[in-house]
Design a protein around this ligand. Structure first.
Ligand SMILES: [Fe+2]
Length: 305
């Protein structure tokens, strides 16, 4: 009986090691940006300045022939990371079968090294809320997320990384602090973290806390990809609008994250006031310099990558 227990324990340890190896062995992609239709020609003109692209999976659901051809062309020329917007992993009622199938089809079509979704809900009680909404940090939320993530992973057998969002509300009944919540979520479900540096910064400004102690409590081996972007002020609140270049505070935090974790890829997000691609690439190139500098300083084993 004791021997059987020991064997079972070894199997559990081996499974845990294999799981974390899946995350730590993900390829290093470099720096790119979130693809938007405006840039459909320019990405080829500037191909050598773009290491990879993130696509919003939802933009290719029920795609026209022209959109399907665009996706094929992009996937032949770039590594694409599909990013979902509305899977609603935090919905207590579960995730939508039709949406999950559409998402799975897009992920399968581009064969990415990983795909991403948000730690949030967008649907509740049959209502589409229309934006990403934060969850109470409770055991119940972790259970709901776990149930939905298991279903998503069964349908999409590629590594899943989860993104922290900008929180427009926080709940008085939170039972778990943010770092513990994220750590438990990632470990229990064997997911990577898509750390949105701007979201972390925005929350730190709006809720008045220092982002660095939080960063340093996150499981560094699970930080796979970063997002960064620029927002704007509305009254006393910083809005994560993806409408401006990133501010210097975000660049500083980005540098801290790169020193802390062996990040595999960085994506600049821009959704409003889309500038010419050459302006986007100024930020992409700056991020790449920081990424390569961090790799040579802190992660010498990754130099070949
Ligand atoms: Fe983001």
């Amino acid at each position: 009986m004791a021997a059987a227990t020991a064997v079972a324990a070894e199997v559990v340890v081996a499974d845990a090691e294999a799981a974390i190896n899946t995350i730590t062995n993900l390829p290093r992609l470099g720096v790119g940006f979130g693809f938007r239709d405006r840039y459909h020609t320019d990405v080829f003109v500037h191909r050598s300045s773009i290491d990879f692209l993130e696509i919003t999976a939802d933009h290719f659901f029920d795609a026209s022939r022209a959109k399907r051809e665009q996706l094929e062309l992009l996937s032949r020329n770039f590594t694409l990371i599909p990013h979902g917007l509305s899977l609603s992993l935090g919905s207590a009622e579960g995730i939508d079968d039709v949406y999950l199938r559409q998402l799975a089809d897009i992920v399968s079509a581009v064969s990415p090294p990983w795909w991403s979704e948000h730690i949030a809900f967008t649907h509740a009680g049959g209502i589409d809320i229309g934006h990403l909404t934060s969850l109470p940090r409770t055991k119940e939320s972790l259970a709901v997320l776990g149930r939905n993530i298991r279903r998503a992973k069964a349908a999409i057998p590629m590594p899943l990384i989860l993104e922290n969002i900008t929180e427009s509300i926080r709940y008085p009944g939170d039972q778990i602090d943010e770092a513990s919540f994220l750590g438990e979520l990632l470990e229990e479900n064997d997911c990577g973290l898509l750390l949105d540096v701007t979201n972390l910064y925005t929350n730190s400004v709006n809720y008045r806390f220092d982002p660095l102690p939080l960063l340093w409590r996150l499981p560094r081996e699970r930080i796979v990809q970063l997002h960064f972007a620029g927002g704007h002020w509305q009254d006393e609140t910083l809005i994560d609008s993806h409408s401006t270049p990133a501010c210097e505070e975000v660049w500083s935090l980005l540098r801290e994250v790169l020193a802390y974790a062996d990040v595999r890829g960085i994506i600049l997000e821009r959704d409003e006031k889309l500038p010419p691609l050459t302006e986007i690439l100024i930020e992409v190139n700056r991020a790449r310099e920081m990424y390569l500098q961090a790799k040579s300083n802190n992660h010498p084993a990754s130099r070949e990558g």
